[in-house]
Design a protein around this ligand. Structure first.
Ligand SMILES: Cc1cc2nc3c(=O)[nH]c(=O)nc-3n(C[C@H](O)[C@H](O)[C@H](O)COP(=O)(O)OP(=O)(O)OC[C@H]3O[C@@H](n4cnc5c(N)ncnc54)[C@H](O)[C@@H]3O)c2cc1C
Length: 428
């Protein structure tokens, strides 16, 4: 089941090892303190440091330890609700604005990586979104047919009879291609951002947890595990790892574990048969699987949710391998070389949120689709801190909801997952 050199950490860390701890003294005072050194925090830091603000980024673990080096590396527009769902709750203009931000986040990510010459295997490979039954194929086809004017993204349908030109399986009922979606090596992207933040003059300190934030007449006094730092402005960039440091935000994000494996290297011709076009792949199940080839096309990186409660990567690995071999029976005896997990941050309205209260800024709640959006909203936050008009985003205007009795522990997760599994099993 596991290779001899099996690793219980992200496959991506083999190419981009976590940064080693450096003995950097905590500054006494900064203009901007950013808590969380993932895509959100680093993109914010690049803006504020380039804008000549004295910028400090801290992370409770090593920089990038959170989702930003653990994800599947699938880059999309990140907006989960459909246009019509958003229109029903927020009205047409708002629905437009939200989808427009999604598009911008996708283009921003590709442009940034190209313009800043980040070496992170970014490629516009397109997504195959596979239908797990005929009803879902027809639903996808209607969505592709009825694309809202101004949001035509070149999506098209691939019927089941032609599916093998996209994916070497008969398990699905066809699917939709979204040609603009991309793949990236997430940890190499993060490493590139770390370099850019350093170059811009930001100080980044790992293993430095923020423990308490106090407002005072000079801004903020933040107690960390390495001492106290004074900051004019503070950015919270903790997403799925948002904790009791910010109880108000903790009540608004729902941390849910997502699990990933990498297979051992596959023969070239087998990879060509299974994933001939190098697409990123997802499916229409409620409890979704997402997968793709590794950047060198040697392995399949396969992610999803395999248990009702949270589990550990040694247990989730074999279960994901089993699900993978149901899609590709050729992989029944293929071993797993890496298995890992991370916490995504869902929200009650399935949208990401950005806000500011007297100098305390935040962006979070990417609902498992933040590779593009986290960096984009981090950049926006950085611009807001600089007081730039362009920093405003529609996500500043949407109420960040919570629910009665919710304090940060998703007690409703198990029943919800059971319900979603049940719906998937009904095949509707
Ligand atoms: C397994 C998995 C697969 C995913 N796959 C995809 C995908 O394919 N496509 C996609 O678009 N999105 C995907 N995502 C989501 C995406 O990775 C995230 O939305 C994105 O990385 C969020 O970045 P971030 O910087 O906001 O948060 P993170 O990268 O999670 O960073 C938050 C950081 O805050 C730190 N922190 C928390 N509390 C404190 C504190 N008190 N003091 C100091 N530091 C603190 C944490 O240590 C952490 O490093 C996936 C996520 C997971 C977990």
């Amino acid at each position: 089941m596991f290779t001899q050199d099996f690793k219980e950490h992200p496959y991506w860390w083999d190419r981009s090892a976590p940064p080693t701890e450096q003995n950097i003294e905590l500054p006494k005072k900064v203009d901007v303190l950013i808590i969380g050194a993932g895509y959100t925090g680093l993109h914010a830091a690049i803006q504020t440091a380039r804008g000549s603000r004295n910028t400090l980024v801290i992370d409770a673990e090593h920089a990038g330890w959170g989702c930003s080096t653990r994800n599947g590396g699938q880059v999309s527009t990140s907006i989960k609700p459909s246009f019509s769902e958003l229109e029903a709750t927020h009205g047409k203009d708002m629905a437009f604005a939200i989808h427009r931000e999604g598009e911008k986040s996708l283009h921003f990510t590709g442009d940034f990586i190209r313009e800043e010459c980040l070496d992170c295997s970014y490629a516009e490979v397109g997504r195959f979104h596979a239908a797990h039954n005929t009803a879902q194929y027809e639903k996808l086809a209607r969505a592709v047919e009825d694309q809202v004017s101004g949001f035509e993204d070149g999506a098209y349908m691939v019927p089941r009879s032609e599916q093998r030109s996209e994916l070497g399986t008969d398990i699905y009922f066809g699917g939709a291609i979204y040609p603009q979606h991309a793949s990236v090596d997430p940890a190499a992207y993060h490493k590139g951002l770390l370099g850019k933040a350093h170059e811009a003059g930001a100080v980044i300190i790992s293993y430095c947890a923020a423990e308490n934030i106090n407002r005072d007449k000079n801004g903020f006094s933040v107690k960390t595990s390495k001492g106290i730092v004074q900051a004019d402005k503070v950015i919270i960039a903790t997403n799925g790892y948002t904790g009791s440091l910010t109880p108000r935000l903790q009540r608004r994000v729902i941390p849910i574990g997502s699990y990933v494996v990498a297979t051992e290297p596959l023969a070239n011709d087998l990879m060509d048969q299974l994933m001939p076009k190098n697409r990123i792949v997802s499916d229409t199940r409620k409890v979704v699987y997402y997968y793709r080839p590794s950047p060198d096309r040697s392995r399949i990186i396969f992610g999803g949710r395999v248990s009702i409660g949270e589990t550990n990567p040694r247990l989730s690995g074999p279960k994901l391998q089993h699900s993978l071999s149901q899609i590709f029976p050729e992989l029944e005896n293929t071993k797993i070389s890496h298995s890992w997990m991370g916490y995504v941050a869902f929200t009650f309205d399935s949208l990401m949120h950005v806000g500011e209260e007297d100098g305390l800024y935040y962006a979070m709640g990417y609902c498992g689709s933040g590779v593009g959006m986290a960096g984009y909203l981090g950049m926006k936050l950085g611009q807001q801190v600089l007081g730039l008009e362009g920093g405003q985003t529609i996500f500043n205007e949407i109420k960040f909801q919570t629910r009665p009795l919710y304090a940060g522990k998703p007690w409703f997760l198990a029943p919800s997952l059971m319900y979603y599994r049940f719906i998937d099993s009904l095949n509707i």
